[in-house]
Design a protein around this ligand. Structure first.
Ligand code: PLP
Length: 399
């Protein structure tokens, strides 16, 4: 018999499953709010002008496609470090940060998880409740036991910070804490700057190992403002991990451009850590692809293109915020009694709307509006053409 005879069907990815159902829906008025992608006002994934210009320049030089170094392009890794830690960072000057190009933010998390498993095989990993659904799977597949820490407070639609803090205070030294650096996915609820400092202090006092996941830098308040968590940990003297991604901020989803950065205690330690991170990469996929990293590096290091990108990023950020404001205003104008003003306070692409899974079902079945069963919607999938239909449907469901 076949060696695959006993292979069971894996459970469907809930969000990709939603997209399949959406694609099969023949209603012209359908809207997919279940995605994790930024769409422009025409409902299209943008190709940024800065990216287009860098790609054109790259194409003209017809560069050969040799292997990259295991850790990727040096110019790219330096550009990543400057965005995350700030160009004047003392950590960077001291050689205390190593960065390796990775296959998106997901690839960075996976390299970090595999490396951590080698150095702390018995540590437990803690993720926010709720979290991006791949966090648990990634760290479990690296061999860790993964548990939740309290995070979202449905009553306030914000963060249960007291619960989170006291939980972290009770953890064993060496525990690995996955933190969303900004634009929490799926809730949109972020920590304040002062709360970040408290988390840093707890991690320091209890000897926890912070792993910051930065998938949306520039989508909340701006490039530096969104790096507040990275900067607070940088000032603490702690060792920590950062996974980062250009999928959203450069609209380069399919090119798989991300990075793993590790902050060490010294330059000498950095050399040892990098050598081990390179081993993890070498035995997984050897070295990263050339195109995405080269394009991002060119944009970030060419002043004119950099300015263009910063303007385009601000445009995406402002459009999402405008959709948040419009959604709240229009629901109110429709006579919806419930106060949705929390949607304007939430940050990044997502909002936990508080819609129940039964209400989400009605939205889909009766109105062709697709949201995640948890009530998560992607604000970046709203636009000036579909927002009224979405508002009408939500208002109808809430009546
Ligand atoms: N981390 C979080 C919190 C995310 O929301 C995402 C993407 O949705 C990622 C990581 C992965 O990003 P990438 O597509 O670059 O792998």
């Amino acid at each position: 018999s076949s060696i695959f005879a006993s292979v069971e069907m894996a459970p469907r990815d809930p969000i990709l499953g939603l997209t399949e159902a959406f694609n099969a829906d023949t209603r012209a008025t359908k809207v997919n709010l279940g995605v994790g992608v930024y769409y422009d006002d025409n409902g299209k994934i943008p190709l940024l002008a800065a990216v287009k210009a860098a790609e054109k320049a790259r194409l003209e030089t017809m560069p050969p496609r040799g292997y990259q170094p295991i850790e990727g392009l040096n110019a790219y890794n330096q550009a990543v470090q400057n965005l995350l830690f700030g160009a004047g960072s003392e950590l960077l000057a001291a050689g205390r940060v190593i960065t390796a190009e990775a296959l998106g933010g997901t690839g960075a998390l996976k390299i970090g998880a595999d490396f951590l498993k080698r150095i702390s095989p018995n540590a437990k990993v803690y993720i926010s409740d709720p979290s991006w659904e791949n966090h648990r799977a990634l760290f479990e597949s690296a061999g860790f036991v993964v548990e939740n820490y309290p995070y979202y407070d449905a009553a306030t639609r914000g963060v249960n910070f007291a619960g989170m803090k006291s939980f972290l205070e009770g953890l064993a030294a060496g525990s690995i804490i996955i933190l969303h650096a900004c634009c929490h996915n799926p809730t949109g609820a972020d920590l304040s700057d002062a709360q970040w400092q408290e988390v840093v202090d707890v991690c320091k006092a209890k000897g926890l190992v912070p792993f910051l996941d930065m998938a949306y830098q520039g989508f909340a308040d701006g490039i530096d403002a969104d790096a507040v968590a990275v900067r607070a940990f940088s000032a603490s003297g702690l060792q920590f991990f950062v996974s980062s991604s250009f999928s959203k901020s450069f609209s380069l989803y399919g090119e798989r451009v991300g990075a793993l950065s590790v902050v060490t205690a010294s330059k000498e330690e950095s050399a040892r850590v990098l050598s081990q991170v390179k081993r993890v990469i070498r035995t997984n996929y050897s070295n990263p692809p050339t195109h995405g990293g080269a394009v991002v590096a060119a944009v970030l290091s060419t002043p004119e293109l950099r300015q263009m990108w910063e303007d385009e990023l601000a445009g995406m950020r402002d459009r999402i915020r405008a959709m948040r404001v419009a959604l709240v205003d229009k629901l109110k104008a429709k006579g919806v009694a419930q106060d949705f003003s929390f949607v304007v306070k939430q940050r990044g692409m997502f909002s936990y709307t508080g819609l129940t899974s039964a209400q989400v079902d009605v939205l889909r079945n009766e109105f062709g509006i697709y949201a995640v069963g948890t009530g998560r919607i992607c604000l970046a999938a709203l636009n000036s053409k579909n927002i009224d239909a979405v508002v009408d449907a939500i208002a109808a469901v809430l009546k």
